[in-house]
Design a protein around this ligand. Structure first.
Ligand SMILES: O=C(O)CCC(=O)C(=O)O
Length: 265
């Protein structure tokens, strides 16, 4: 459970990091399962490091990983931050290559969505930890940072007279076992990571209360289908796994119901 102060931190700054939520033994198992899923996607071939590998439906592919979505250490903070009836958006397991330029994961400011990120190796400010711009999940800062998208497209652009790493931000340095929760409207980036930096995310949305929220979920689903095409080695016309979509586990069942209703596969 988050304390009142941790909730205030999340609401004000747009993120909260929970230190050493998972033990070294648990992280060793999670790490092995991660390597397994990404290697299976490459059909056993080595990672060539040419571009990012992202496997969609990542936690859904192993029971040990799927269990994270219903684990109290993840589920309870989400229920506190998003409210009851929150929905599953999806997960991805990644081997990153190079920097990730500044961006938010969307700008639907009236629809709460949270990304939960696990970095599987120690990462610091200059070795690829997640950097965030505190408070940028809200207006007016959220919109004032739009010029950073030009810099993401072309790192020579300096809309604020500085390069990407120079943009004022907070580094979420982390050790395996730490878990980052952040508002998807928050501007974030990572610089200086090694090729093959390992991280995975789980993404959740509040219970949709407007057509615009449902439209947003549909857009994300379409964009995840594209990610399967562009960043997975093994092609598929699906994002999710049946074992997860039709799980009988009450918490999982509760979060995927909307997706099944919308016909997501
Ligand atoms: O770790 C990174 O490179 C950035 C992660 C990120 O941008 C994301 O998960 O949306």
């Amino acid at each position: 459970m988050l304390t009142t102060e941790q909730i205030a931190h999340f609401e004000t700054f747009g993120f909260v990091i929970r230190r050493q939520c998972f033990s070294a033994t648990e992280m060793a198992e999670i790490s092995r399962a991660f390597d397994d899923v990404l290697t299976a996607d490459r059909k056993g071939r080595p990672f060539d490091g040419a571009s990012r590998q992202a496997v969609l439906g990542f936690i859904e592919k192993r029971p040990l990983l799927s269990g994270l979505a219903e684990d109290d250490r993840i589920y309870q903070p989400l229920e506190q931050l998003l409210g009851p009836g929150f929905v599953w958006i999806g997960s991805d397991g990644n081997l990153y290559v190079g920097d990730t330029g500044w961006h938010p994961d969307g700008s639907v400011l009236d629809y709460g969505r949270i990304k939960v990120a696990f970095y599987l190796d120690r990462v610091t400010k200059d070795t690829g930890c997640l950097r965030v711009i505190p408070g940028s999940h809200q207006l007016p800062l959220h919109a004032a940072l739009d010029p950073l998208l030009q810099q993401r497209a072309d790192s020579n652009q300096r809309p604020f007279d500085t390069d990407g790493p120079g943009v004022p931000s907070f580094p979420l340095e982390s050790q395996p076992g730490d878990v980052v929760f952040f508002n998807q409207n928050l501007w974030h980036a990572a610089f200086g990571g090694k090729t093959g930096r390992r991280m995975f995310t789980m993404n959740f949305g509040a219970q949709p209360s407007k057509d615009e929220h449902v439209d947003f979920l549909k857009r994300v689903y379409q964009s995840n289908l594209k990610h399967v095409e562009n960043m997975q080695y093994t092609q598929s016309a699906r994002v999710y796994e049946d074992a997860f979509l039709y799980s009988q586990q009450p918490r999982i069942k509760g979060m995927v119901g909307k997706l099944v209703e919308l016909g997501f596969k």
